[in-house]
Write a protein that binds this ligand. Structure first.
Ligand code: MN
Length: 228
């Protein structure tokens, strides 16, 4: 059972995460979906998930994806997630597995370069195209030699050189949810989570504050003009 590890780690009476269907849906033809969930848990990371055979193959990317082909981002292979997880955005209660705030940071469809994805995974090199709102074009996941117990779980996520490659930092340039346009702090606030903890994952905190101050200062002082 592909979701056994996923279910074992979670208590669905306490967490709003989906348990997934008992039997994974039948294998379907393209398009396959992908999702990247920004997750402010004990450590901030981005969960990179690719639909395959009815579940979501998953990697945790601590620094998030980079559109710069010279940047290799560590991606730790984690347990498969149910397909329903792709739309999950909200708060996992404190103390539960992965407790913290989850954002749907990017979503869209993906296509493997080679049909036999299982063979690519065994070989440790998965090349694919992404058609998302933030991530597009050609990418590769390459298994690498990690350390100790993580040795068989360490992969690198790398952007291939193409029209979508850029040195611009997409994680700071586009920090909001593609589903609800919210920042992590706004999701936490709306869903009863820890807003301050979530905010530490948002890169535009100071900028937002500055804009707010500027608006206050430039507000037309209509009342005073009329009095004068
Ligand atoms: Mn996670």
């Amino acid at each position: 059972m592909k979701l056994k590890e996923y279910r074992k780690k979670r208590d669905f009476r306490l967490s709003p995460e989906p348990p997934g269907q008992q039997d994974a849906p039948a294998e379907k033809k393209a398009p396959l979906i992908f999702v990247v969930q920004k997750h402010r848990a004990s450590q901030l990371h981005y969960d990179f998930r690719l639909e395959w055979k009815g579940t979501l193959l998953s990697w945790a990317v601590p620094k998030g994806p980079s559109l710069d082909p010279v940047v290799k981002r560590l991606a730790m292979k984690v347990e498969d997630h149910p397909i329903e997880y792709a739309t999950f955005e909200g708060v996992i209660p404190k103390g539960e597995y992965g407790g913290g705030t989850v954002m749907v940071w990017d979503s869209g469809t993906w296509r493997p370069d080679h049909e036999d994805v299982d063979a690519s995974l065994r070989r440790g090199e998965l090349k694919f195209m992404l058609l998302g709102k933030k991530l597009r074009g050609s990418w590769v996941l390459i298994r690498t030699r990690g350390y100790g117990s993580a040795s068989d779980r360490s992969w690198l996520l790398i952007k291939h050189r193409d029209a979508y490659a850029t040195t611009e930092d997409i994680t700071t340039k586009a920090p909001r949810s593609v589903a609800t346009n919210r920042l992590l702090a706004e999701i936490a606030r709306d869903e009863g989570g820890d807003e301050d903890q979530a905010a530490t994952g948002d890169p535009v905190r100071k900028a937002t504050k500055r804009i707010r101050e500027k608006k206050t200062l430039s507000r037309p002082r209509r009342g005073r003009t009329q009095e004068a």
